[in-house]
Design a protein around this ligand. Structure first.
Ligand SMILES: NC(=O)c1ccc[n+]([C@@H]2O[C@H](COP(=O)([O-])OP(=O)(O)OC[C@H]3O[C@@H](n4cnc5c(N)ncnc54)[C@H](O)[C@@H]3O)[C@@H](O)[C@H]2O)c1
Length: 328
């Protein structure tokens, strides 16, 4: 990566919330490799099976520089105690209930977990005088904004409750930066994918359906586009964010290269060696037509440069998928 802005050494220790998740577990492993002590927090939220999350974190758990707290970020006291004992000043906050579509019928849970949970994280940081916050924000906040999505778009018309909670958390981050001097960088992820991908995400769900020769449902005509961003590129952007603290910034972490749903299914068919049984339904109103990141700000502020093209990323994802689904 280019480094246009002074780069600080990595801190000795950090907190990662949501560490057993897809992105959190990759980030945790990278931090451990870089010699950073990680205080990992997760409650194994039942959104998808605990066994998958335990598998995500299994190798990190064996590392001597990892401390794991199984706790719910809605439990203020437990959260404060974990923060107090961490000796860290930096928090990567990735714990959340993900899933844009499922948020439509479960607004209470998304509001309490994503928003109130984030309030608790900030309050614990404030009490423990921590100084740096990096947030797992989302491209979904752009809704129907014109593409490519730029960080200066108003992003004030989210299409799903999930996106509304993520946007509210970004605003809260500004408040804590302004009032309490907590440096806050909100990194908006664009369709992260790779090994350990969440089972509810289209690439993984479709891989399962193709592999088991079941019908897969496509909402719309397959022309919807997503800016797939490989997990190691997302992790590069997160690491760069703690090395360049800003008082408050929102930064897109995308690939800036869109792939249609149809092309995604074609790529899976090719790698899995099977044909998809495609069933088309009318478009879903909670789906965005396109996500497409302008990443010029990430390049300028973070020296960010995505490296893994979609074809290679799908190859690595399918390699992992076949391993996990191999007959025993
Ligand atoms: N995957 C993507 O493409 C994407 C895109 C945009 C934003 N994000 C955001 O990035 C973050 C990580 O996403 P992911 O795809 O790795 O999801 P994930 O579900 O795999 O990881 C989230 C983790 O948070 C944990 N968690 C949930 N509620 C918790 C609670 N109350 N207390 C403690 N831990 C809790 C879960 O158990 C899970 O392990 C989330 O905040 C998500 O909203 C992800």
């Amino acid at each position: 990566m280019n480094d246009p802005i002074a780069v600080r050494p990595l801190p000795k220790s950090v907190i990662v919330t949501g560490a057993a998740g897809f992105i959190g577990s990759h980030l945790t492993e990278r931090l451990l490799v870089e010699g950073v002590r990680v205080v990992a927090i997760d409650n194994f939220d039942p959104y998808y099976p605990r066994s998958r999350k335990e598998a995500n974190l299994a190798s990190a758990l064996r590392h001597p520089n990892l401390t794991f707290h199984e706790l719910d970020i809605r439990d203020k006291d437990a959260l404060r105690q974990a923060f107090q004992s961490s000796g860290s000043e930096t928090v990567f906050h990735l714990a959340a209930r993900p899933g844009v579509r499922s948020s439509v019928n479960d607004v209470d849970d998304y509001a309490s977990l994503n928003f109130t949970g984030t309030v608790n994280v900030f309050e614990a940081m404030r009490e423990c005088r921590m100084t740096q916050f990096v947030f797992g924000a989302s491209s979904s906040v752009y809704g129907d904004s014109p593409v490519p999505f730029r960080e200066d778009a108003a992003a004030d018309r989210p299409l799903q409750p999930y996106a509304a909670t993520k946007r509210a958390c970004e605003m809260l981050a500004y408040t804590y930066s302004h009032l309490f001097g907590i440096n806050a960088t909100c990194t908006r992820f664009f369709t992260a994918y790779g090994p350990r991908l969440r089972p509810d995400l289209a690439l993984h769900k479709f891989a399962n359906l193709i592999w088991t020769e079941q019908e897969l449902t496509i909402f719309g005509d397959g022309s919807a586009q997503r800016d797939f961003t490989y997990i190691s590129d997302i992790v590069d952007g997160l690491i760069a964010s703690i090395q360049r603290p800003f008082a408050y910034e929102i930064i897109n972490l995308g690939n800036s290269n869109t792939i249609t749903v149809k092309a995604m299914i074609d790529a899976l068919e090719m790698r899995l060696g099977k044909t998809a049984k495609r069933v088309y339904l009318p478009p879903n109103p909670s789906d965005m037509d396109v996500t497409y990141a302008d990443i010029s700000k990430a390049k300028r502020l973070l020296g960010y440069q995505p490296k893994v093209p979609f074809e290679e990323g799908v190859r690595r994802f399918v390699e992992w998928f076949k391993e996990v689904n191999a007959p025993v």
